[in-house]
Design a protein around this ligand. Sequence first.
Ligand code: FE2
Length: 415
Amino acid sequence: MLISIDPYQVTMGMYVHAFKGSWFNHPFWRPRFVITDMDVLDRIRASDVEAVIIDSSKGKGPESKHPPAAMDVRGSPLPATRSLQSRSWSAPREKVHNREMEQARQIISRGKQIVTRLFDEARLGRLAVTPDVLTLVDDISRSLERSRSTLLNMARLKNKDEYTYLHSVAVCALMVNFARQLGMDEDRVRDLGISGLMHDVGKMAVPLDILNKAGRLSDDEFALVKDHTLSGRTLLEQCEGMPQTAIDVALHHHERMDGTGYPFGIGGAQLSVAARMGAICDIYDALTSERIYKEAWTPSEAIARMSGWTGHLDEKLLFAFMQGMNLYPPGILVRLRSNRLAIALPNGRRGSRAKARAFYAIPERAFIPAEDIPLSDHPAGDQIISLEEPAHWPLVDWSSLQDDILLNRYRPPHY
Ligand SMILES: [Fe+2]
């Protein structure tokens, strides 16, 4: 039987038959599938669709005590009570969102306390991987499982004074998310989370007035700042039970692929995957945070700048990072899993709900009417599978075509 339910009522094991409401709000481009993972569930619950039509003969039925709206054969709701039910069901949906926000806030606040303590212990030479550090990384991991955007968006918000501590928590969350995107096992995910938390511990040796200096650093001051990588290694090496990965990331997160970084100026194959991941997460959080000497950039601006740098970052890993954040440089040419070329659209300030505007069907080698595609990381949805070079495709005058598509002026030939 087809049943219309509120997105909040959707649970694992349900068979999604269709989404109701504007196509633009649909979380997936192919609507019919069984819900088998939490991320899909989270996306549906967080989406702006009016209702989800499930087929209870092919999957689980609704669990709510509230009677769901049965559908007639054409998929239209039968009872006139639908709007009443919508109102009563929107409250719990909001409740779940608020609860997640509150949990994320608590995790970040606890993270700040733990990092502050770690820095103090490091000053006293008593640094240790205590159980609360492991619990924090696990809690961050679980929060990201339930809702990736809630914690990551909140972790960007920090005032100038608390930057150093909250930056460590944010990099921890970014590393966990990145490691999961790369399909790493749980032990590795945890080690990379600890690496994010510890990567700047050497800064406890740098005077605060230099760390927070608004003006340009003198050569001596910059030399002190650079030293935090070496101090971090020394501190972490003395700490029993510290993962080797954390020592590697603390030492190398300011190195660059082209050898222009510090402290050693090494690059390429000399840098581990963990160190390259650390560099990406560190820079992304620094760019998207407000500092004493600069405003915060939006996630879209930050990712656009980072992808424009040549030689600094590992390009393949940077693309995986974008996929993990569902965040792409606006205007960039991409290929979708649905075999279409598209342009990535700017994300909102909150950095969620990535979309791309498809305009070219690859199998037919033909321009098609523009269509905005919500991007998903589930096989049932559409995804960006690669960044593409415009010159490799029959796109004459790419720059004006790009403008036309972005500004909604584009019309395909022969339509
Ligand atoms: Fe650093």
